[in-house]
Design a protein around this ligand. Sequence first.
Ligand code: NAP
Length: 311
Amino acid sequence: MNIYDVVIIGGGPAGLSAGLYASRGTLNTLIIEREATGGKIKDTNEVANYPGSEKDIDGMRLGERMLEQAKEFGAKVVFDEITEVDFSDKVKKIVGKNETYEAKSVIIATGANPKLLGVDRELEFSGKGVSYCVTCDGPFFQDLITFVVGGGDAAVEEAMQLAKFSKKVYLVHRRDELRAAKSIQEKVFKNEKVEILWDSVVKELEGDKMLSGVVIENLKTGKITEYKATEEEMLMGVFPYVGFIPATELFEGKINMEKGYILTDENMKTNVEGVFAAGDNRVKLLRQVVTATSDGAIAAIEAEKYIEDNF
Ligand code: NAP
C-alpha cells in the first residue's frame, strides 16, 4: 500500500493551505474531502477580509483557487468519508468508506458546523425559510420578516446584515444581555430595523411547504407570540446563529480535546506524535479564513519536520 507522507482530512481553507505547503515542500500529499472542497467559505458571497484576495471575490471562487494552488504543487485530492482512524502506530491508518489510507503524518482540518436550534421541523424547513447563512440566503428575504437567533457576535452582525434586505429583523436571544462585543452591540441598538426579543426562544416553526409562521416564547413571562407571514409574503426567515460544533467526533478518545475542540500547541501539534490539527476545529481565539490558512501552513511545515526526524 502507498504510504503518504501526509494525509490531510478536510478540504476547507485550513486543509487546502496545508496541502499547498506540504506538496510545495515535496511531501507526497493527499487531501481527503467528504463532499466539496472549499469548506464554509463556499457558502459566502463575498470574502472581504482575506488579505490580498480579489475585490468582490466570492467564497466559492476563493476556495477553487486554493484547490488549484494545492494541486499545482502536486497535492492529490480524493472524495471519501472517513469513518475511523487509528493513530496507535507510527504509520497512521485512516479508514474511509471507499478506501483505507496510510500516512506518516496526519493533519486534521475537519472544521466546525453550525449548531442546530433543536426546534421541531427545523430540518424540514431548512432551505425553505430556515437558513444558517445570511450571506448566502439573505437576499431571498427582501421585504420579508426574519428572525436571527443568538446573542453572540455572529448573530448580532448577521442580524444587521439581514436588515439590509428584510422589512424587519427580530433578534431572538434567550437572556437579557447580549454576549456580543460591546462595539457590535452599540451598532445593533441603533439599527431601527432590528428589534431584540429578550429572554426569548423559538418555540415552533409553522407552515405547509415553506416557513410562514414563527412562535416565540418569552422565558421570563411565559408569553407566547405568534408571527405570521401575510398571504402576499407567504414566507418568513429564521437564521440560527447559536454557535458551532467542531467536526471532531471521529477523534474522541484518540487525541486531547476541550469541549470537542482539538487541543494543539502553537505549532498545531496534538498530543499524538505525527498528528496535527488546523482550522476551526481546534481551540483558538479567532476562527477566520486567514487564521485557518495560517494554521494549515504551520501544520504542513511541522509535519515535514516530523517526517525528517522520524522516518
Ligand atoms: P457564540 O459566541 O458561542 O454565541 C452563541 C450565542 O447563541 C450565544 O448568545 C448563546 O446564548 C446562544 N445560544 C447557544 N445555544 C443556543 C440555543 N440552543 N438556543 C438559543 N440560543 C443559543 O457563537 P458565535 O456568535 O457563532 O461566535 C463564535 C466565535 O466566533 C466567537 O469567538 C466570536 O467572537 C467569533 N466571531 C467573531 C466575529 C467578529 O469579531 N466580527 C464575528 C462572528 C463570530 P448565551 O449568550 O445565553 O450563551
